[in-house]
Design a protein around this ligand. Sequence first.
Ligand code: SF4
Ligand code: SF4
Length: 246
Amino acid sequence: MVAASGNTPIHLLATLLLRRGAGLVGFADLAEIPAHIRQGLPRAVSIAVPLNPHVIAGIRHGPTREYLAEYHRANALLGELAQAAVDALCRGGFRVAYGTATVAGVEFGQYDTPLPHKTVATRAGLGWIGRCALLVTERYGSAVRLMTVLTDAPLDTAAPVNDSRCGECVACVQACPGQAITGGLWRAGLPREAMVDADACYRTTRQFAPAIGAEPSIGICGACIAACPWTQRYIRAASGGMRDET
Ligand code: SF4
Ligand code: SF4
């Protein structure tokens, strides 16, 4: 399915992933990132799966069992999409590497991943990093989950996003039940610590697990996702609304 040269593989790969349930697909040039962090592979496929807007509409004041189920559904789909991308790229003779969707069950104080999916997504032009340190997309707000497939395929990479489009908005800062979002405005390279107190977020998200039947190790919240005006626009669009607050 994926040829070794020309534009055909790019078109086919994105189309393949979109048909199988991806909401957004972008291609990133990672040359500016140290080679050991990207496993020596110069480019990446960034895949975003949108979360059900009706479920997201219900988590403004805390997560629900429906949100937990949706979270697991999206992660499973991302795994399938990554495997589909890997299969297609391997058939074209390219090298690949990929991991898993970011999981919420990390240990306290150990949040760093060498190459976050959201960083790759900004390099692939899918969106910017909001004050809440999540990827924000025009189409789905921050109601997406992400996956990355590293490759040496000659993908037609996008112009990276280097600046925030949050403007004066502080909706997620005000909505956070743990006062974890410190309000910094992102630009490429800004460390997460300048935007979010990860320890405070960790502690807050673990408090919700028992009420929704999640394992104690699972941190899940989503209030910042639901509060974002870009997410709210997605929810309204899915409900047939026309008003635009952004
Ligand atoms: S997930 Fe919850 S606790 Fe963490 S930053 Fe978002 S709103 Fe705050
Ligand atoms: S709620 Fe506002 S500040 Fe927070 S990520 Fe969305 S647009 Fe940015």
